[in-house]
Design a protein around this ligand. Structure first.
Ligand code: SAM
Length: 284
């Protein structure tokens, strides 16, 4: 018994199924079901909610999501060694856990959902694919997206980049602009390395992202390209760093109402949206 359900403690699950953590799959497992319940509850009350979980592993967070009332969990796991342990959880919660054996980077999310489901994403992400997945969820179309919120574990350093604004110069960058353009972002709480097996080198943080109903209008692709150019050479003035965009950088900045001598790290999200729209207009 484990405290939140009648399933065996996770250390026993790991031993029974031979789930030694693999670094190549970003495997740092959480065994404390009180902690995984805290993560699950950070996404709000789960009754009636379908949760997408990336990388359930042996199922610590999956169990917490189900024990805390999620109507259904759709869990995508790349490591086939974990499937037997996840099948035990599915049997314990009949009809509520659907495990997809595969790569989250290749999963078409809307196709695994049913119409009219209330969907949240809750995951202790593998560090090697975390920001790619986040960027795709932020750039997804149409908007508002298929999810009501994202509750995600990242290394603290990545979490700080996600929530940063221009006042936090060291962390403000492309990820901050993209995330805060379309979502309200905040760090919910930190998790110490000792909570994981094996422990990572750095502290982690749970981040919450809530989609804005009406983000400033612009194309995500254009915003992505403009911020990539601007922050690619973040110490340079924008009239220099925006040259790779292939239009007259001075005219672009003028159209967006931004000083040509400004640097990327001083421009707020609205400025980048103006740049993305001006770039689209200049390209015709
Ligand atoms: N959720 C578990 C927990 O909290 O203990 C495990 C989290 S561990 C940080 C990341 C999990 O993601 C591992 O189980 C790993 O096998 C899985 N994973 C890694 N890359 C993946 C991918 N591309 N698609 C799906 N799962 C992946």
């Amino acid at each position: 018994m484990s405290g939140i359900d009648d399933l065996p403690p996770l250390r026993e699950v790991i031993a029974a199924h031979g789930l030694a953590a693999k670094k190549s799959l970003g495997q740092n497992f959480l065994f404390d079901l009180n902690l995984t319940s805290r993560i699950a509850r950070t996404s709000g009350a789960l009754e009636g909610v379908t949760v997408i979980e990336v990388g359930p592993g042996p199922g610590g967070l999956t169990r917490a999501l189900l024990a805390n009332g999620a109507k259904r969990v759709v869990a995508v796991e790349r490591d086939e060694r974990c499937l037997a342990a996840l099948a035990d959880i599915a049997a314990h919660y009949p009809g509520r856990l659907d495990v997809i054996s595969g790569d989250a980077l290749e999963t078409d999310w809307p196709s695994v959902l049913q119409p009219d489901e209330t969907v949240r994403v809750v995951a202790n992400l593998p560090y090697n694919v975390g920001t790619v997945l986040l960027t795709r969820w932020i750039e997804t179309e149409p908007w508002p997206p298929f999810y009501e919120s994202l509750t995600l574990m990242f290394q603290r350093e990545v979490a700080e980049r996600i929530v940063a604004d221009p006042e936090d110069r060291a962390n403000y960058g492309r990820l901050s602009v993209l995330c805060n353009w379309r979502c309200e972002t905040r760090i919910a709480f930190d998790v110490s390395p000792s909570a994981f097996t094996p422990p990572p080198k750095v502290t982690s943080s749970v981040v919450r992202l809530i989609p804005r109903a009406e983000p400033l209008p612009c194309s995500g692709r254009d915003l992505s390209a403009v911020t990539a150019a601007a922050f690619g050479q973040r110490r340079k003035m924008l009239r220099q760093s925006l040259k790779p965009l292939g239009v007259d950088a001075a005219a672009l900045l003028d159209a967006a109402g931004i000083e040509p001598t400004a640097r990327a790290e001083t421009v707020p999200v609205e400025g980048f949206v103006a740049l993305a729209n001006a770039w689209a207009a200049l390209r015709g």
